[in-house]
Design a protein around this ligand. Structure first.
Ligand code: PXG
Length: 293
């Protein structure tokens, strides 16, 4: 069945959901996006995702023509219009149609669209058996270029890193910053366990301030497991006892090998299993009701 897409304030059939070839989102990757999950008819961490969207837009001087509440409502409306209960939302804001040439001030109005569908990032067996990662040569952008916090429509660094990982036979790749310290994976944040403590790269080291990452901090507190942000090197990953990733699309997923070094005993860790259980419980029991829009 054709999906209903929210496009600039209207719900339209997917074959009518079109943007201009002059849209700077397409011509220059000039725009921002969010990926959001909904579970059992409730949108997970909706407010946080929309706040991050507004922050990304502000950072690139893209003036949102909708309020925070209108954007939240558009997500719920799109899910409801498609009769979906569990799935994934892709929310995209583009600079809008303009002339050929970089100048964003020649674009009249930003365009926004919302797609509610499903996503499977990794095959189910990897949640039980774990992922093998490789380190990529493509670096996270530095703070001296566009901030790596901006979820912009230009994801080519991450796409190229993902290609490197896939070509090496791995499902996911570790991205380093210019100093050679660990930042994150191509679409997920990374965590290690060592001596009973969870450690994750700092935002200032190039990690995205992930919304699922923030949930991991909350769950660590609930589970009574100490957790800190630290500058991490590949050595720290290789010598960790457990490793796992978090992200909206991936949720939480275990890692059992990095650059051919087994992590711990090469099996899915017991601490990870506690996080997975707590995460699944949380996603099933909290969120903004779709019907409440
Ligand atoms: N790092 C990066 C670079 C991301 O893009 C995350 C971490 C996790 O953040 P959240 O807030 O989702 O916990 C992301 C977001 C994909 C895909 O298709 C992945 C993301 C976004 C869009 C697409 O793999 N992850």
């Amino acid at each position: 069945m054709a999906l209903k897409i929210w496009l600039d304030g209207k719900l339209v059939d997917e074959d009518e959901a079109k943007v201009s070839v002059f849209d700077h989102g397409l011509l220059y990757g000039d725009g921002v996006f969010e990926g959001i999950r909904f579970y059992s008819g409730r949108v997970f961490r909706l407010e946080e995702h929309i706040s991050r969207l507004f922050d990304s837009a502000k950072a690139i001087l893209l003036k949102m023509p909708w309020t925070h509440k209108e954007v939240c409502d558009s997500v719920c409306e799109t899910i409801a219009a498609n009769g979906l209960v569990d799935g994934y939302v892709r929310l995209v804001v583009t600079r809008g149609a303009g002339g050929l040439g970089l100048n964003p001030y020649l674009c009249e109005t930003p365009s926004m669209f919302v797609i509610a569908s499903s996503i499977t990032l990794y095959p189910e067996e990897h949640y039980a058996n774990g992922l093998s990662l490789v380190t990529c040569s493509t670096r996270r952008p530095t703070h001296g270029s566009l901030s790596p916090q901006v979820k912009s429509l230009n994801y080519l660094n991450n796409v190229m890193a993902k290609v490197e990982a896939l070509k090496a036979g791995a499902m996911e790749g570790v991205m380093l910053n210019e100093q050679g310290c660990v930042a994150e994976c191509t679409g997920d944040n990374l965590f290690i366990l060592k001596n009973g403590k969870i450690r994750t790269p700092r935002i200032s080291d190039g990690a995205l301030d992930g919304i699922t990452r923030a949930v991991i901090f909350e769950l660590a507190e609930e589970l009574g497991i100490p957790m800190t942000e630290e500058t991490l090197t590949r050595y720290d990953l290789y010598t960790s006892e457990e490793c796992f990733l978090s992200g909206t699309a991936a949720e939480v997923i275990p890692v059992v090998a990095i650059d051919e070094r087994p992590i711990g005993d090469g099996q899915v860790g017991e601490t990870f299993k506690k996080f997975l259980e707590a995460f699944r419980k949380l996603t099933q029991s909290t969120g903004t009701p779709v019907g409440g829009a």
